[in-house]
Write a protein that binds this ligand. Structure first.
Ligand code: NAD
Length: 496
């Protein structure tokens, strides 16, 4: 959408915020009456105070979600009727795209152009699953003649989701859309840094005609509200997106409670392998910079380990430095800004600490490396590139989750593959080469949920997203995600 700076600022200045929990179709204070401060990283100012949910609020949301699920007003609604309501929900999101985008920019400091792009993607995601639900058939098994064996998919019941701040609504909608489409009730615990768009969207869910209790939002902190959802005895499934460390906790919560299903979309340290025979070195360099610095590098599948084949190393690094320049951070509310702020003060300190670690480990900074725009009161870091990194350094092994690129040189395909797989993570990988044989061989052996060849983007709802190894398991997007919100029933009928 074409954005005009004046209009963005006008709407931003006129907004009021939904800051209570949304349970059973109503905005309510937290049972304890507690609130937490929502600070914008754009300028360090308080945006609003938000209801701080805990166990009792989560209990209320689960009870509402269970009641409506058993009543069947959503769970047993004809799929083509659910479809129409979800289409309406998607249209309302599109109608309010600028407002929702502004809420996300305020909360996490991403550029308004990217934020509105994310909101458009949420509507597209809803439409995609809505379109699918009245076109999927169940199965009849090839049994003997006097038997009818029906294998049907049923919704799970109450689905909880705990989500991160880097794409506040989009990561949530990758779960909300397939879960609602298949008839479940839903409870979202958004990240404490970014609750505002989820709360506003819950109003739109009601306006679209989703019955009360089917969609609930419980803002609050992870160790309280998030844990309460993970430990709840009446939540059937918990979809988590966030760090590997917290993902492991959700497996524990499940084992200590009702063995609820868990799917985990966790961290990454994805290799971006550029061979000397890449079809277009310039394009590969531009993509390496764009892929790394988009969203201030706060992207789970960012190409954060750049592996460059020795013969093109110097040429490639020169191009990379040039392509990092348009990513200097700027005012997130200006439509021309490419990179905004970091999400908050804590994440800024963490990233700066990694930059210091890289220097101490012996890597060399060739671009950026500093916090900038401090006068704004917000939190901004330059696009930063390290050279002479080896894969044992912490800046090559740990997820920095900021605009910091570690570049590593390699000699030949075998070494590239060895370095690529030498990581605890396995979310994404990119290969740039013209040699089809080499590309296929490596793509098959890379241990990651995605391999992109001569490309940096897999932006299509029809393909699955998810990890190998400690990047998690389960898949968002595509029809595969629908299986995560349904269970399989066999009905065996014996004919006389
Ligand atoms: P995080 O793990 O700190 O928080 C994610 C969510 O978990 C938040 O809602 C938080 O409140 C909650 N949480 C925190 N501690 C908890 C606890 N003890 N019990 C229950 N819930 C708890 O992650 P983050 O900082 O919000 O997001 C960044 C991380 O998310 C990165 O590691 C990134 O790679 C990952 N991520 C992964 C994907 C993916 O698709 N694989 C997508 C986006 C982000």
């Amino acid at each position: 959408m074409a954005l005009v700076h004046k209009e963005v600022i006008k709407l931003k200045n006129s907004l009021s915020f939904k800051n209570q929990a949304f349970i059973n179709g109503n905005f309510v204070d937290s049972v304890s009456g507690k609130v937490f401060e929502d600070i914008s990283p754009v300028d360090g100012n308080l945006v609003t105070s938000v209801a701080e949910c805990d166990i009792e609020d989560v209990n209320n949301a689960v009870s509402a979600a269970r009641t409506v699920f058993e009543k069947g007003s959503w769970s047993r609604m004809a799929p083509n009727k659910r479809k129409k309501i979800l289409f309406k929900f998607a249209n309302l999101i599109k109608k309010n795209i600028l407002e929702l985008g502004i809420l996300e920019t305020l909360d996490v400091g991403k550029p308004i152009s990217a934020a509105t792009g994310d909101i458009a993607a949420c509507a597209a995601c809803l439409n995609w699953y809505a379109e699918a639900i009245d076109k999927l058939y169940d199965d009849v098994a090839p049994t003997r003649d006097n038997i009818i064996a029906m294998i049907t998919k049923e919704p799970l019941g109450v689905v909880g989701a705990v989500t991160p701040w880097n794409y506040p609504l989009l990561m949530a909608f990758w779960k909300i859309a397939p879960a609602l489409a298949t008839g479940n009730s839903f409870i979202l615990k958004p990240a404490e840094q970014s609750p505002l768009s989820a709360l506003r969207v819950s109003e739109l869910a009601m306006e679209a005609g989703i019955p009360e209790g089917v969609f609930n939002v419980v803002p609050g902190f992870g160790p309280t509200a998030g844990k309460a959802l993970g430990m709840h005895m009446d939540v059937d499934k918990l979809g988590f997106t966030g760090s590997t460390e917290v993902g492991k906790l959700f497996l524990k919560y499940s084992g200590e409670s009702n063995m609820k299903r868990v799917s985990l979309e966790c961290g990454g340290k994805s290799p971006n392998i550029v061979f000397a025979d890449a079809p277009d070195i310039d394009l590969a360099a531009k993509n390496a910079a764009d892929g790394m610095f988009f969203n201030s590098g706060q992207v789970c599948d960012a190409p954060s380990r750049l592996l460059i084949e020795k013969p093109i190393k110097d040429e490639f690094l020169e191009k990379l430095i040039e392509y990092s320049k348009p990513w200097m951070p700027n005012d997130p509310f200006h439509p021309d800004t490419a990179m905004g702020s970091m999400v908050d003060k804590a994440q800024t300190a963490r990233v700066l600490d990694y930059i210091e670690t890289g220097k101490t480990e012996g890597a060399e900074i060739i671009a950026g490396g500093k916090q900038v725009n401090k006068d704004s009161g917000g939190y901004y870091i330059e696009p930063t590139i390290f050279k002479n990194v080896n894969n044992n350094m912490r800046i090559a092994r740990e997820e920095i989750f900021g605009p910091v690129l570690s570049t590593i040189e390699f000699d030949g395909a075998d070494q590239a593959l060895e370095i690529a797989n030498d990581t605890d993570y396995g979310l994404n990988a990119m290969i740039w080469s013209n040699d089809l044989n080499k590309v296929h061989k490596i793509a098959k052996r890379i241990k990651s949920g995605k391999v992109l060849i001569n490309s940096m983007s897999d932006g299509d709802m029809s393909v699955p997203h998810g990890g190998y190894k400690q990047s998690g398991f389960g898949r968002d997007k595509s029809l595969e995600a629908m299986g995560q919100y349904t269970q399989t029933k066999l009905t065996w009928i014996e004919l006389k």
